[in-house]
Design a protein around this ligand. Structure first.
Ligand SMILES: N[C@@H](CCC(=O)N[C@@H](CS)C(=O)NCC(=O)O)C(=O)O
Length: 209
């Protein structure tokens, strides 16, 4: 059994979408980061960086923070959503790291400056608007002629999708990125993606793109 500590954010949804896709039993623990739950001493024992998501695997007692590490662990543990061969696996790692080091942090900054604090920092707005556009262009190119980022459906898709689901906050028009839009809607049609999005609670409709 997996204990999932999470909140209604893209990084949290990455893991709940994967758990839904895996179809394994998991227990959700809400960590309301708006209320400061992430700073509670008990949570820090599981997530020493004070951030969601985090898991405890009650089968073996392992605790993990960092969504990319959690996804890799779960995909390995259950033998799904990672290709078998080392070269194909490396490509999934490449795009998972692209999400962890690029799309996630840059889109996160775009949310702060464009969505939550518009008009406060023109330079930052320009910087993150342009960088997010560039990253959508990269993803659009990678998806040319493919249904999924690495050809087959993997954790790289599940890692990127919740960040793309906030395209409106990033001032992105998905019509400008037709491969991304088709891929976004392909995942949106999956029941597990919809269920995982609404963990730990429903926050409204999922943008349709
Ligand atoms: N690199 C981390 C980032 C996690 C992260 O930034 N979590 C945010 C929510 S999406 C959080 O917990 N923020 C609370 C805080 O910063 O105090 C991961 O991918 O797990």
């Amino acid at each position: 059994m997996i204990d999932l500590y999470t909140w209604t954010t893209p990084n949290g949804r990455k893991v709940s979408i994967l758990l839904e896709e895996l179809g394994v039993d998991y227990e959700v623990h809400s960590i309301n980061i708006g209320q400061g739950d992430q700073n509670a001493p008990d949570f820090l024992k599981i997530s020493p960086n004070n951030k969601i998501p985090a898991i405890v695997d009650t089968d073996n007692g392992v605790t993990l923070m960092e969504s990319g590490a959690i996804m890799w662990y779960l995909a390995e543990k259950y033998g799904k959503f990672l290709p078998a061969g080392p070269l194909d696996k490396a490509k999934v790692m490449e795009w998972l790291m692209w999400q962890m080091g690029g799309l996630g942090p840059m889109a996160g900054q775009a949310h702060h400056f464009l969505h939550f604090n518009p008009g406060k920092a023109e330079y930052a707005e320009e910087r993150y608007r342009a960088e997010v556009k560039r990253l959508y262009g990269v993803l659009n190119t990678q998806l040319e002629g493919k249904d999924y980022i690495c050809g087959e459906y993997t954790i790289a898709d599940m890692a990127c999708w919740p960040w793309v689901s906030r395209f409106e906050w990033q001032e992105i028009d998905l019509a400008d990125y037709p491969n991304v839009r088709a891929w976004y809607q392909r995942l949106l049609a999956r029941e597990a993606v919809q269920k995982g999005y609404h963990v730990p609670k429903v926050m409204g409709e999922i943008p349709t793109g």
